[in-house]
Design a protein. Structure first.
Length: 410
């Protein structure tokens, strides 16, 4: 038989159409698109999360599954925001979104797999973090939030860096082409649900900030917001005052609660009723244990100030005495964005060293230049985009993208 051997892509797509075993797995949810689904690893209010493997690349991913029949307008809005924000963010300490796969009954978010659990479970099971472990963890969260605050981007056709488009011009909608619009170096995303449950770890200890369902984008840092979001123990005082609030100080406050939780093993504001909790937060009534190192105590007190205008900003946190011994790898330096995922046409395969490697791997799997040309790697609902992002992230990790900060003197 002189016929050429089918490529891995040709075999997979053929099996999905003709192989009865594969078709059955697709029908019962054991396969979703190019992914083989395994056991459940988590669940939330609106979703379940399962472990999965990419059938071509063999990479492990997390599959966030939402039942479309149970998605009311609020859930759709949260999902839209989550996808839109994650499409804009490419940073080693922000959980990656690889692909969105839709079936008649379900929507699947294909996410980076963080196999080290979450910060809340870690502290509940093992106790408070050491001072150095707290520095390494907090520095990575701070790096991610600092990156999210960058508000300049290069828009197609613009002569250089301009201000972020206002929400009316760039709405938070589930836009499949959003990731490829211009050079998305910078964003202005407010998370609004920072808590220990949303701080994940990889197996090597790299922090991944996750769950962007309550996130929003603002035109500038002085834009007011009016929606109460997040978990009450992490909520800033201004959220309880029934008034508009600025987004960045709300995230900063939550980071202060996270830091307190890391170094003490307990939350700063605790009460047996919501009314008492609200009063303690609004009054800023908390006590830092005396055994917490002085520089860390000063940082906590600088962050957990009831008045937003008096609260530390990110640059003050970065320059504090407690974090002075922390050295970031090049990819984690908070003042610089991580290299964005370029579209094929913009980067011309080679603008990034990793992209040449990814091109070769995709060709080995059976993807042709026509596949890439047609997709342009912009559509998160396209399996070509999923393969590209998974392979590019793998290449970046092999070059130290997920390296941890180092504390001098450890």
């Amino acid at each position: 038989d002189a016929r050429p051997r089918p490529s891995p892509l040709e075999k997979l797509t053929g099996d999905m159409c003709k192989d009865q075993s594969t078709i059955k797995e697709l029908m019962i949810g054991r396969r979703v698109g190019f992914y083989k689904v395994r056991g459940e690893i988590g669940c939330g209010t609106f979703s379940r999360v399962k472990l999965a493997f990419h059938a071509l690349t063999k990479d492990k991913v997390a599959l966030k599954i939402l039942d479309k029949t149970r998605m009311d307008a609020q859930v759709q809005r949260l999902l839209s925001r989550e996808i839109s924000s994650m499409e804009l963010l490419r940073h080693p300490n922000v959980l990656h979104l690889y692909e969105v796969v839709e079936t008649p009954s379900r929507l699947h978010l294909v996410l980076e797999y963080a196999g080290g659990g979450d910060l809340h479970s870690k502290i509940c099971n093992e106790g408070k973090l050491s001072d150095n472990a707290s520095k390494v963890t907090f520095a990575q969260i701070l790096s991610a939030i600092k990156y999210m605050r960058r508000s300049n981007w290069k828009h197609p056709g613009s002569g250089g860096l301009g201000s972020c488009l206002c929400p009316q011009e760039c709405p938070l909608t589930l836009d499949p082409g959003l990731a490829g619009v211009g050079k998305l170096h910078n964003t202005n995303v407010i998370h609004r649900d920072l808590k220990a449950e949303n701080v994940l770890f990889t197996s090597t200890g790299c922090v991944k900030v996750a769950d962007f369902g309550f996130s929003t984008r603002v035109c500038n840092r002085n834009d007011f917001l009016d929606t109460f979001c997040g978990s009450p123990p992490y909520a800033a005082p201004e959220l309880f005052r029934d008034e508009c609030y600025l987004g960045p100080p709300v995230d900063v406050w939550a980071m202060g609660v996270l830091l307190f939780f890391m170094v003490t093993g307990s939350l700063p504001f605790r009460a047996d009723t919501m009314g008492k909790l609200r009063r303690r937060i609004v009054e800023g009534a908390y006590l830092v244990p005396p055994w917490v190192p002085g520089p860390c105590q000063r940082l906590i007190r600088g962050i957990l100030k009831p008045e937003p205008a008096e609260r530390y900003v990110l640059d003050q946190m970065l320059g504090c005495d407690w974090l002075l011994p922390v050295e970031f790898p090049w990819s984690l330096v908070p003042s610089e964005p991580a290299a964005p995922l370029h579209s094929l046409l913009e980067s011309d395969w080679g603008e990034l060293e990793e992209e040449a490697e990814v091109q070769s791997l995709m060709e080995d799997l059976g993807f042709t230049p026509q596949h890439l040309q047609n997709n342009q790697l912009k559509d998160c609902r396209n399996p070509v985009t999923g393969v590209y992002r998974i392979l590019l992230h793998r290449a970046q990790k092999s070059r130290g993208c997920d390296s941890l900060p180092v504390v001098r003197g450890m």
